[in-house]
Each structure stands twice: as C-alpha cells, then as structure tokens.
Design a binder for this molecule. Structure first.
Ligand SMILES: Nc1ncnc2c1ncn2[C@@H]1O[C@H](COP(=O)(O)OP(=O)(O)OP(=O)(O)O)[C@@H](O)[C@H]1O
Ligand SMILES: Cc1ncc(COP(=O)(O)O)c(N)n1
Length: 297
C-alpha cells in the first residue's frame, strides 16, 4: 500500500537547514511521501539570508495543481510565505486540495535574524489562511504578532517572563481567529513547553531542553512532522506530541559543525550514521557502523 502523500508549501533554504529541505527530511522520517510547492527561493546559509526570490503566484498554484492532479494530497504543511501576493496564491491553491488537514507554521524571522514575512502578508495570513487551518504552530514571538500584541522583548521571555497561563491565554486568543487547533511552540523559552489548545482544553507538552546551538529548522521539522502524522491518521494532540518529540530529537542531534551560525537540526540522525567506527570507539576502525548497529544494545 502506498504511504500518505504530504505537500509542503514553503520556501527553499539553499543551506539545507530549514524550509522545504527540512520538510522533506521530516516527511521521510515520519514515513510519508513528501511533495513541494515552492513559494520563494532564499539564498541562505547558517549565518544569514542574502537574497529572496519570490515564485510567481500563478506558478505556486500550478505546482499544487500538478501534484493534486496525479498523486493527490493527504495533508498540507505551509511554511514561509513572504508577501501578501503569495498568501493569496496559497489560499487559491488550497481550493484545489479539498478537505485535508492543513498545518500552518507562520514563519516570520529566520534563526539567523532575517525577516521572512512582510507586514501586509501577516495581515493576509490572519484573514485568508488561519480560518482554514487544522493546526497552527507559531513560536511565542510569532503568536504574539498574530494576536496583534506586537513584538516584545524575546530575551525577557527567555528569562521566563511568560507564566504558562499567559501562553494559554494567547493560545485561546489565536483560536478565536479561526484555526481548529493551536500549538505555541516553546523553543524560545527557558522552560521547554509546547502549549496545545483544541478550543476546549489546554494541554502542555513538556520535554527535555537540549542545548540549542544547532536548532536551525526546528520549527519546520515540527510542523512537517505534525502534518505527516495527521495524514497517517493521528489525532491533532497525538500528532503535536510526536512533532515535539521529533523536533526535540532533531535539536539534540543538531549538526554543530555545519556552517558558522546555528547549525541545521538533524531529524534523520545522519550525524550518528556519518561517524566512522574509529570516532565511535569500535575495535575495527575500518568498519562503518549504521545507526541500527549503534542503537543495538
Ligand atoms: N532546545 C530545544 N530542546 C528540545 N526541543 C526543542 C528545543 N528548541 C525547540 N524545540 C522543539 O522544537 C519544536 C519547534 O520549536 P521552536 O519554538 O524552536 O520553533 P520555531 O521557533 O518556529 O523554530 P524555527 O526557529 O526553526 O522557526 C518545538 O516542539 C520545541 O519544543
Ligand atoms: C526558507 C525558510 N523557511 C523557514 C525558515 C525558518 O527557520 P529557522 O527559524 O530555523 O531559520 C528559514 N530560515 N528559511
């Protein structure tokens, strides 16, 4: 039987850390077939974004039409959008995919600090996309902006300036904008808690906080894994739990040696598979070990 097919509508990161490149890895890790409709090309590495080239709106729709016509779409993840024109094109493209789960990661700023969404686009997301979302996955600063609270001092949040009931209120406020479920991700806080709200109950999804020196792509990995598990039939809460676990593991194995900035997350654990036997302390240094060998007790 064929696995579910999941579509990422997002930007390309030439450095391979975030965007569609991270999404395809997360889809493969979750066991679904990944497809892409690229919204923008970014010239990007771990230290910055040097250029953004938006894809013409009609070509965004054409990419979605092509995959829908032949392969079909079981769930959609939406990432970097950039401009209001792109947001409107994506809203039009969603008409083609029918009634499937839609996960929106409202990407605003890259890990390296580049702005990836303009002000008009922010408003367009609230108007055209949030009401159609099955789950939205903003981080805390993005959640504040979508709720119209304006940016606050992220350093203050990281110091623990946000009591969890404050985040719960924020989740309720975002739910009122139309998405069926809200996950506010916790990567930007000292206490690592993702807050999930389904319109009735708040759930806090906790886990160990790993050093985040290589967390570029954690949000993309999270939202893509969430979309994949919805396509596989999980409930939104279970999919959010699995997404947190996969993103957390990907941060834990983050590729610190790649680039001078925040390294890419590693959801496929290639960092472990790429190590030689000697690096792993095996007796026969010629032997390369697979991840399965390493994990065998
Ligand atoms: N240091 C960490 N340790 C463990 N899990 C983490 C860490 N940082 C982020 N995560 C997890 O990764 C997922 C994405 O969270 P985060 O808040 O980093 O998203 P984001 O800010 O949108 O990511 P990005 O900066 O890639 O856009 C969440 O499930 C979060 O709990
Ligand atoms: C194309 C694209 N999409 C999303 C992100 C956000 O990811 P991060 O915040 O980890 O840089 C990015 N940097 N580039």
């Amino acid at each position: 039987m064929a696995p579910p097919a999941v579509l990422s509508i997002a930007g390309s990161d030439s450095g391979g850390g975030a965007g569609i490149q991270a999404d395809l890895k997360a889809f493969a890790h979750a066991g679904v077939h990944g497809m892409t409709a690229i919204t923008a090309l970014t010239a990007q590495n771990t230290v910055g974004v040097t250029g953004i080239h938006p894809v013409p709106p009609e070509f965004i729709v054409e990419q979605v039409r092509a995959v829908q016509a032949d392969i079909g779409v079981d769930a959609v993840k939406i990432g970097m959008l950039g401009t209001a024109i792109t947001v409107r094109a994506v809203a039009e493209a969603l008409e083609l995919v029918g009634d499937v789960p839609i996960v929106i990661d409202p990407v605003m700023v890259s890990e390296s600090g580049a702005v990836l969404l303009d002000d008009e686009a922010r408003q367009a997301i609230v108007e055209h996309l949030l009401p159609r979302a099955t789950v939205i996955t903003p981080n805390l600063p993005e959640a504040r902006v979508l709720a119209g609270e304006g940016p606050r001092d992220t350093a203050a949040w990281a110091r623990g300036g946000d009591p969890s009931d404050d985040v719960a209120d924020l989740a309720r406020g975002l739910h009122a904008l139309g998405p069926a479920h809200v996950v506010i991700t916790g990567g930007h806080r000292d206490e690592l808690v993702d807050v999930f709200y389904d319109g009735t109950e708040i759930h806090t999804l906790t886990g160990e906080k790993h050093p985040d020196g290589a967390a570029h792509g954690s949000g993309c990995t999270h939202s893509s894994t969430l979309a994949a598990h919805l396509a596989l039939g999980a409930t939104p809460l279970d999919a959010a739990r699995r997404a947190r676990e996969a993103a957390s593991d990907a941060v834990k194995h983050g590729l610190r040696g790649i680039g001078a900035g925040a390294g890419p997350v590693d959801v496929l654990n290639i960092s472990v598979r790429g190590l030689t036997a000697r690096q792993l302390g095996a007796t026969d240094p010629k032997e390369h070990l697979s991840a399965r060998d390493i994990m065998r007790p």
